[in-house]
Design a protein around this ligand. Sequence first.
Ligand SMILES: C[S@@+](CC[C@H](N)C(=O)[O-])C[C@H]1O[C@@H](n2cnc3c(N)ncnc32)[C@H](O)[C@@H]1O
Length: 355
Amino acid sequence: MSSEISANKPAPIIAEKNINKFNRTSGLRETIETLENGDYILISGFYSDALLLLRELHHYLKDELPNNSFQEQREYRTEYRRLSNLVLLEIKNQKLVVRKSPDIGWLEKFYSDNDHFFLTMPQVQGLNSAWQWYKNGISVPVLRNKLHTYYGVYFPTRFDHLTLFDNWLKRYQGPKKSAIDVGIGSGVLSLQMCKHGFQKVYGTDTNPNAIIGLTEFMADTKLSRKIELDYANLFGKWEKQTELIVFNPPWLPTSKELDRLDEAIYYNENLFPEFFAEAHKRLLQDGKLLIIFSNLAQITNVTNEHPVENELAEGGRFQLENCFKKKVKAASHRTNRDQHWRSEEEVELWVLVKL
Ligand SMILES: C[S@@+](CC[C@H](N)C(=O)[O-])C[C@H]1O[C@@H](n2cnc3c(N)ncnc32)[C@H](O)[C@@H]1O
């Protein structure tokens, strides 16, 4: 399956020949001026020179721009993004050319047919940290084995919603022949269902990397016979009715103004109406529809709308069996005042049944 779909990855940059170079002996002022003019800078010495330049960019912008109000912070970030995305690193034979650079396995996986190109430093940093997570794995309290999440795939960093789901699965007494996991992502919910004895799980995702990553992760182990994947919108090719449907959807509405495109985090206005209509067709009469959600959008004043509450009030398809809530454990190291709302954050597990 994975051979038919191609992974999302940073597009290689083919840069012109005479790019200005930067290493630790270069003048910072001229380098930043070059970036301000919209021209690329190529890091030529050590990997740490690129980190140094990005640090200097922050110092420079802090002096130049106010960074207090929400609007000012956004402008600051936009400007930082514009300038840092002009800082290039050269890649030859799937390796970074600068000295003392990290080994990033994605370069071989993604660019095996491209022996010479450039990427921006933020892209390289993204690839590097994703490689560390992928290689070392992520421990989640509800699973014995670590997750090895592929580049560009959402993975859980807090676990309260997974605990809610696990507690529900522990008490669930119904049949366990099959389940559907819409937006399977790192596969964590499907793995929990398998752990609790579900025989077959069908998982979809619109992010090709999620499907490629899980296909690779399961390879030809027993799991690959339990979890079937489809790179598709919502339910994809699964037509048969099932006793359990789970969906951990994006928790925030998109806003055109913000140009936020990440489908793991932001939902568009069609997602939930379509999801509930399709879920209704796929759920057995005695089946359960589980949705993991959060009050994040409400407590950050993004919207008062709650897609599950809307469906219950207006959909005429489902009724509420139960809604479990759990306060998200405050991360004590977060002192940033913009995060004060985190103390009110709750995750929700909605259990719906057919009317
Ligand atoms: C918040 S993440 C949850 C991932 C995983 N189920 C978990 O609980 O960690 C949402 C996932 O849904 C996927 N997704 C978003 N819209 C989708 C759609 N219309 N159809 C299928 N998957 C979708 C995203 O790509 C992402 O992997």
